[in-house]
Design a protein around this ligand. Structure first.
Ligand SMILES: [Zn+2]
Length: 180
């Protein structure tokens, strides 16, 4: 924009010089005392007039380029304002979602505390450790075997599991339970 404005200004300046030349030629033309002198001065006047006319196109082109750039800049400003507004809206929505998730998490944590009440401390410690390394720390017994590592349980082990409801697998240490 600055470069284009500089261009316009320098062209305007050149145009002023040409205006001055035309004015001077016109004034000189008015001083002609005879027909021959008039013809000569008229020729001079026509030359500078033509020069001025031709330069008008150049000046107009410079102005058009500047005005086009101005329009483009305005458009970009509008677009960037719109994106900025969209981002602000997205941030607002994400923050709301985050608050909702935090509230849900707090509820789950509370629920979890209630649920683990009465469980042996060791089970909780083992569960915490197990869940850090595997996604399924508690798995059902399937066909007499651990459904994660397929270690099979002897009949009396299954009977113990049935009584205790939850016990660690001898193969992978996940908690096993019997599906009702
Ligand atoms: Zn196992």
């Amino acid at each position: 924009m600055r470069e284009l404005k500089k261009d316009v200004d320098s062209h305007e300046l050149q145009m002023k010089v040409l205006d001055e030349k035309v004015r001077a030629a016109k004034a000189k033309l008015a001083t002609a005392t005879n027909g021959r002198e008039y013809e000569l001065l008229k020729k001079e006047f026509d030359i500078v007039s033509q020069e001025q006319n031709a330069f008008e196109d150049t000046l107009l082109t410079a102005w058009n380029a500047f005005e086009h750039a101005q329009k483009m800049l305005l458009q970009k400003e509008v677009t960037s304002q719109e994106s900025s507004a969209n981002f602000a809206q997205t941030i607002l929505e994400k923050n709301q979602k985050k608050e909702e998730l935090e509230a849900a998490l707090a509820l789950k944590n509370k629920d979890r505390l209630e649920k683990q009440h009465g469980l042996p401390e060791q089970w909780i410690t083992d569960y915490e450790r197990m869940k850090r390394s595997v996604s399924n720390p508690v798995v059902p017994l399937e066909n007499g075997s651990c459904s994660a590592c397929f270690e099979s349980l002897a009949g009396h082990e299954i009977a113990i599991l049935a009584r205790k409801q939850l016990s660690p697998c001898g193969g992978c240490f996940r908690f096993l339970f019997i599906q009702p």
